[in-house]
Ligand binder design. Sequence first.
Ligand SMILES: [Zn+2]
Length: 468
Amino acid sequence: MKLTFYGGVSGVTGAKHLLEADNHHILMDCGVFQGSRKITREMNSQLPFEASKITAVILSHGHLDHCGSLPLLIKSGYKGRIYATAATRDVTAWILKDAAHIQQMDADYMNRHRIEGAELAQPLFNQDDVDEVISRFVEVPYVRLSGEWFQLAPGLRLKFYDAGHIMGSAVTVLEINNKGKIKRVAYTGDLGRSGTPLIPDPESIKDEVETLLLESTYGARQHRSLTEAVEKLRNIVNDIYQKGGKIIVPTFALGRTQELVYVLHQLTDSKKIPRLDIYVDSPLATNLTEVFAKHPETYDEESWEDFGKRGDLPLSFRNLTYTETREESKNLNHKPGPFIIISASGMCEAGRILHHLINNIEDERNIILITGFQAKHTLGRRLVEGAKNVRIFGQYFKVRARIEVLNEFSAHADSLALFDYAASVKNLKNIFLVHGEIEQASILQTNLRQYNANWQVFLPEVGQSFEV
Ligand SMILES: [Zn+2]
């Protein structure tokens, strides 16, 4: 069998891993490259393989760097199905819809500012393309629910374990009959962090597997404890309550938003923080929270213990509002504190969060709470680095609000957890480290090699193929 890595390796996004056996050409994930518009536009306009030759697509989860090129795959001639959990299908529907909308707005903007004679900008895909993608999904339940393999085609079956990364995320084990020989290949997708609220811990693989594609985002980093993070959040909320200020939280619509809501709910119920108004002001976050409510099979034991048992829902409570209209969002501009606004985007690059920053950044009673990784050249990064003045929509603002960082709610496993994950797989021979920057992945590679000299540990490059 041949394994080729077309993206999502050596530090780049755009996960696309192709496994070619006798009769099967299986594509694991089909994500977009993310980064500056100029470079990625070109990379995301074409596929590096023939779409019509693919026989099946397995989707690990609904993040855009894993699912964003599915519309292109179908437009390029893919005729088959997309296998994923039901929650991943529903997440993907919203994520792609949002991406199509952003692309349309981008294209409109570029066309308005077009130099005469230049070509009209077109979105990479539209809502019709998204609908077509969603119609191709085949729902595969986690093996903990079904108790058995899912037969995908003659000589090909699969199992989904919970990856604990975001709602619906799965670790795939593929079993292939290749010229009469049974082979197993596993792909972690993105692995979550153990102990986070709402989402279950990653499940280890119980089958014997020869080849593992292991993510390595934090291959060289260890996370601090979640208890510390919750304590810090508690202090921040109490502080702001006393001052009558506001907490503005730029966050990602999926994952971090729901985890924060969960923890704030717990802190409120246990009277560790006062019952103050909390607003989730992001249409995408609200839609994804509804998907959460539809899929209780994706919750962890802890949420049942904390909320389910007493008939309570983790993501809704009395003083929490999901704003719907632009009007409701605007009304927050005039409302006196104390209260909390959770809004997208996570790196302060677009969306409603910019309006909330404009309104609140110059008031020293307020706190801007940063909860996730901030890429270079983003407004979020400048705030974390202590900028005194920032530009938003062409206007300058003085940063008088306090900037706090809470990185512990990470949706990725750390170096120790990744190491343990590989070590728990029986009869493993080959490990391919994917989804990590080279500095992170190479340290994990060294550690894995030291642990077991019989393992072959590879850092594949884009376009590289291996016989497995
Ligand atoms: Zn992800």
